[in-house]
Design a protein. Structure first.
Length: 411
C-alpha cells in the first residue's frame, strides 16, 4: 500500500512538472506568433513554480517577451505613431528584472558543480545599449508635459543601472544617472508625490554633482509633506544639519528663520538666533532676529545690544536703526515708571534727567531713521519722534514735524 502511495505521489509530481513545462512551451509559441501579452500571462505561473524544470530559461523567455513589447512600442514612437509610453517603459523594466532573475538561476552550479550561463552574453549588451533610451524617453515625455511618463522613464533608467548581468562587463562611468535621479525626484515633488520625491532625492544625493540641488529638494519636500509634529521636528533636524554643513548657504538660514517665525515661539526663536550669532557673528540678519525676539520679550537692553550689532554690520539698515530708537523709547517709559514716586506720582528732577538721557538716545536713532528714510516708507518714525520731542520740550523740532505732517498736532 505504501509503495502504491509513493508511486502516486511521484506520478503527481511528474504531472505537475510536465504541466509547468507545458506552460513554458505554450508561452514560447505565443511569443513566436506575436501574441506577447498572452505569452506573458501564460508564462507567469511557471516562473515561481518549483516544478518548472529550467527556471533560467523560463525567466529568459519572459525577458524576451517584455523586451519585444518595449521594442514594438518604441518603434512606434520613432515613426511618430500612437504609442503607449508607460507600456514601453514598464515592459523595459520588467524585462530587465526578468533578465536579472534569469541570471540568478543560470549562475547556480549544475549537478557537476559547474556554472554555465549562456544568457549574460546577450542580456548585458541588450540593456546597456538600450538603457540610454529610457533617459531620452523621459526627456521626450517631459517636453510633451507627460510628467508621469517622464518620472517612470527616468526611474527605469536608474533601476536598470545595476544587475548581476553586468558582472562580466566593464561598465563606463554613468554620466546621466545623477540627472535622471534628480529630474524624477523634482517632477515627483511638483506632482506632490512627496514620498517618491524624497526617496529619489535621497538616492540622487549619493551621486556627485547634485548634492546641493538634491539637499534643497529634500528640505522642500520634507517641509511641504509635514503634517504632524514629528514631521516638523524631522524637517527641522535635517535643515539644521544642512545649515551646519553649509553655513554660508543663505537658503538654509532663510528656511530656519521661516520655521521659527511660523512657530510663533519667541523663546525658541531667541535660542536659535543666539546660536546663529555665535556661529557667525557677521550675520546681520541673525542679530536683527535676536533683537526682535528680545524686543518682543521686552528685554530692552538686550534688544538694543543685538540691534546695534546688526547696525554695526549695516549702518544703513533703516528698520534696525528705527528699532533701536523704539527700544530706547520703551526703556525710557519703563524707567520713568520705576523712578516715579507711587504715592505722590511725581519724579525728582534728578531722576527725570535720567529718563531724558535715555530719550535723547532714542531721539538720536529715530532722527537717523528719518535721515535714511525721509518719506518713512520703511519705518514709521514721525509719531514716536514727535512724542520724544514733546517729552524733551523741543518745540521747534515739534513744529518742524507738524509742518510735514499736520495730523501730529492732534496727538
Amino acid at each position: 500500500m505504501k509503495k502504491i502511495l509513493m508511486m502516486a505521489m511521484m506520478a503527481a509530481a511528474a504531472t505537475t512538472a510536465f504541466a509547468q513545462d507545458a506552460l513554458v512551451k505554450e508561452a514560447k509559441k505565443l511569443y513566436s506568433s506575436g501574441n506577447l501579452v498572452e505569452a506573458a500571462q501564460k508564462l507567469t505561473p511557471a516562473l515561481t513554480s518549483s516544478a518548472t524544470a529550467n527556471k533560467a530559461a523560463a525567466w529568459n523567455l519572459m525577458n524576451d517577451i517584455q523586451y519585444k513589447i518595449y521594442s514594438d512600442e518604441y518603434q512606434k514612437m520613432l515613426l511618430h505613431q500612437p504609442a503607449d509610453t508607460m507600456k514601453a517603459v514598464t515592459a523595459f523594466l520588467d524585462g530587465f528584472k526578468a533578465a536579472t532573475e534569469c541570471d540568478k538561476y543560470a549562475q547556480q552550479p549544475n549537478e557537476k558543480g559547474k556554472i554555465k550561463n549562456p544568457y549574460r552574453k546577450n542580456n548585458a549588451p541588450r540593456y546597456l545599449n538600450e538603457r540610454h533610451l529610457m533617459y531620452n524617453i523621459g526627456a521626450m515625455c517631459y517636453q510633451s508635459h507627460n510628467m508621469k511618463g517622464a518620472i517612470k522613464s527616468w526611474e527605469s533608467y536608474i533601476g536598470t543601472g545595476a544587475s548581476s548581468i553586468y558582472d562580466d562587463t566593464k561598465l563606463a562611468p554613468d554620466t546621466l544617472i545623477a540627472d535622471a535621479a534628480y529630474n524624477s525626484a523634482y517632477l515627483s515633488y511638483l506632482e506632490k508625490d512627496y514620498d517618491t520625491a524624497l526617496a529619489l532625492a535621497e538616492k540622487a544625493l549619493s551621486y556627485p554633482g547634485k548634492e546641493e540641488g538634491c539637499m534643497d529638494l529634500i528640505l522642500y519636500t520634507m517641509k511641504d509633506k509635514s503634517t504632524t509634529h514629528a514631521d516638523s521636528l524631522a524637517y527641522l533636524a535635517r535643515l539644521k544639519e544642512a545649515h551646519k554643513t553649509n553655513p554660508g548657504r543663505d537658503l538654509y538660514f532663510n528656511l530656519l528663520q521661516d520655521y521659527y517665525v511660523r512657530a510663533n515661539d519667541s523663546e525658541a526663536l531667541m535660542a536659535w538666533a543666539k546660536e546663529e550669532t555665535q556661529m557667525n557673528s557677521g550675520n546681520k540678519m541673525a542679530w536683527a532676529l535676536l533683537g526682535e525676539a528680545q524686543m518682543n520679550s521686552e528685554h530692552w537692553d538686550e534688544a538694543i545690544e543685538a540691534f546695534k550689532k546688526a547696525a554695526d554690520i549695516d549702518p544703513s539698515w533703516t528698520p534696525v536703526v528705527f528699532n533701536i530708537g523704539i527700544c530706547y523709547n520703551s526703556k525710557a517709559i519703563v524707567l520713568n515708571d520705576q523712578l516715579t514716586d507711587k504715592k505722590t506720582m511725581r519724579i525728582s528732577n534728578e531722576n527725570a534727567e535720567k529718563v531724558k538721557d535715555v530719550l535723547r538716545e532714542a531721539q538720536k536713532y529715530l532722527e537717523k531713521s528719518r535721515e535714511l528714510d525721509p518719506n518713512h516708507e520703511q519705518a514709521r518714525w514721525p509719531y514716536p519722534l514727535y512724542r520724544i520731542y514733546y517729552s524733551l520740550g523741543l518745540k521747534d523740532k515739534m513744529a518742524e514735524l507738524e509742518a510735514i505732517d499736520p495730523s501730529l498736532k492732534d496727538i
